[in-house]
Structures are given as C-alpha cells and as structure tokens.
Design a binder for this molecule. Structure first.
Ligand SMILES: NC(=O)C[C@H](N)C(=O)O
Length: 341
C-alpha cells in the first residue's frame, strides 16, 4: 500500500467563510431546541368533545415544555406530558380508557430513550393510574423491555406504585360506548368513532436527546388479553438520537404490520424531512394494509411534525415562546406559550 506523504487537499480561499456559514446554520437549528410535541389520538372526535381534546393536548404540551425549559431531559418531558393526558378522562389512556369485551380496562404503554436506545413497556395492565410511569420503571429498574398483565402489576407492587380501583379508570362515556357496542344491532366500526384517543409525546431536550412515550387503553371491545401496537418497539414509538423520535396512534394491528414508527424514521434516514417521512409512512400504511392513523415526529435538531390520515388528531407542540395546535387536516393555530388557550 502506498502512503502519500505531504499531500494535502488544496486550501480553499473561502474556507473561513464556509466555516462561518456552517456555524451559523448549526446555530439556527439548535435555536430550535427544546421542543415537545404531543397527540391525543387519531380519531373522529364528536364536536362536543373536540374542545376538551384540544385543551388537553395544549396543557400536556405546556407541562412537558416546562420540564424542558428547566433543563430537564426529553424523557422526563414526554413522561410528564403523557401522565397529564392519562389523568385527563377525555383520552383513551389511564382514566378514560376504552373497555375490553368484558367491560374492563387493560392498558399498554411504552417509553424509549434516544440516547441509549433503552426502552420500557407494559401491556394489558390493570389498576394502574399511570401506565407510562410503570413503563419507565421497566426501563430504569429491570433488564427487560416489556412486562405484561399480572407480572406487570406485580412489578408495580414491588416498586410501590399504588394500585387504584378498576372502577376509578372507567368513565361514564366509555361504559356507554361499551354497552352500545354489545347491542345486537351494533356497528363496531362506528362505535370506535370518538374513542381511539391514544396519547403520546416526543421531545428533544437542550442537549439534543430525543425520547418518545405512548399510552393507550387500546381499542373498544377488544378481546381480553389483546395487545396492540403501543408497547411494541418500532410500532407504538421509537427514539434514536441519530435520527429522531416518533409516537404513533391509530389501528394497532395495521401499525404493527408496517412498524410505523421505525418506518418513518427510515425515511428520515433516507433524507426526507420529518413531515414528508411521516406522510410517506402513513400513506404506505393506508395503501398497503388499509390502516389509518397519526403520528408526532421530531428530529434531533428540533424540526417537528404532527401528521395523520384519520379524520382528526388533536395535537400540540411547544417550541421557543410559541404553542402550536390543531385538530383537523391543515389546521395549525398558534399562540404565545404564556397564554392559556
Ligand atoms: N387509539 C389508538 O391509537 C389505538 C392503539 N393504537 C391500539 O390499537 O391499541
């Protein structure tokens, strides 16, 4: 092998100029940090519930953003935002979860840390007010990626996570929809309407670390023990500091078939913008397996997208001093982050 000694690339006269430009570009991009984006589920939300849904995602985005502004990690921010949404009975996660065929709540959740690719998930858990916090404990305190059903509940007890009465997670609205779907003349597709509101969040902190969190009660009148896409890595969410983070919502069986979150990040790796990559992933899911859904996506520079193929998806994003939010396709409202909606 020949070694070429003293062979240097020619010095460009405008090298300094280029360096300055690059630095400026980098500064501009990192100015976009921190950021948090949340969703309240890909849905067809009845009019009377849409305001609550928008208010809910806006306060969750604010809660996550407060953590980031205080120098907190993206993981802390997404868990905080999703905890907010789980505690809000307007969403299909935590209190307000849809009921399975037996009229019971069984919930799934996942978190993923883009710095380490560490993740934690729970599936088919009951009696837990905040499955997202339990998912985080699985990540932080075990060597496993997912715990399910009774085992997850036993782990919760060992971690002193309080168990709550099953009834406390059931709202009148979810019971009404469950009963309606049991009727002989029920239309199961129509009965899903207004109740697909899985919740999720993605964030980038000031250090450029990305994270995702997703939590759900699943789908209405599902079989006992059904596990959806949410706790599955690459389906319900994915986070990698080298690419970005995604949280998904929609028809779980379809999302799993195309591993939607990872598919979107593949498109980002191929050079697509977060917006184009999200649209490509959703379009593929629609054409290939007839599945509808929605996603929130960020890249490590703080560029973000909230996209959906369903009729609606409530979403909100907090970045710099602005809160962005929307519900219908093409809707994008903004206001100062200081001002309550
Ligand atoms: N609303 C949803 O997003 C449902 C969730 N993806 C599931 O199938 O469990």
């Amino acid at each position: 092998m020949h070694q070429i000694v003293g062979c240097q690339p020619p010095i460009k006269l405008n090298e300094e100029e280029e360096r300055r430009k690059k630095k400026k570009k980098k500064q501009k991009v990192t100015d976009m940090l921190p950021v948090v984006v949340v969703h309240g589920g890909a849905d067809h939300i009845p009019k009377e519930r849409s305001e609550k849904s928008t208010l809910g995602v806006c306060s969750a985005a604010r809660a996550g953003y407060t953590i980031l502004q205080g120098g907190g990690s993206s993981m802390d921010a997404v868990v905080e935002a999703v905890t907010f949404l789980e505690n809000n009975p307007s969403f299909n996660a935590g209190c307000g979860s849809v009921l399975n065929i037996k009229g019971e709540v069984e919930m799934d959740a996942i978190v993923m840390d883009g710095k380490t690719l560490g993740s934690g998930a729970v599936s088919a858990v009951r009696n837990i007010a905040n499955p997202i916090q339990l998912a985080r404990l699985v990540m932080d305190k075990t060597s496993h990626a997912c715990l399910t059903a009774e085992g997850a509940n036993r782990f919760a007890r060992s971690m002193s996570v309080p168990e709550v009465p099953l009834e406390s997670l059931i709202t009148e609205y979810s019971r009404m929809r469950w009963t309606k779907n049991l009727a002989a003349d029920a239309n199961p597709v129509e009965c899903q309407i207004g109740k697909m509101g899985t919740v999720g969040a993605v964030a980038v902190d000031v250090e450029g670390n990305v994270a995702c969190a997703t939590s759900t009660g699943g789908i209405l009148n599902k079989m006992e023990g059904r596990v959806g896409d949410t706790p599955c890595i690459g389906s319900g969410g994915y986070a990698d500091n080298q690419v970005g983070a995604v949280s998904t919502t929609g028809h779980g069986e379809a999302i799993m078939k195309v591993t939607l979150a990872r598919l979107i990040l593949f498109h980002v790796e191929q050079g697509q913008s977060v917006e184009a990559a999200s649209d490509l992933g959703l379009a593929f899911m629609k054409s290939r397996v007839h599945g509808l859904g929605g996603v929130v996506t960020v890249d490590p520079q703080g560029r973000w997208a909230a996209r959906f193929s369903s009729l609606q998806m409530s979403w909100a994003a907090a970045q710099k001093d602005t809160l962005h939010y929307g519900l219908y396709t093409g809707e994008h409202s903004t206001q100062s982050i200081e001002k309550p909606v």
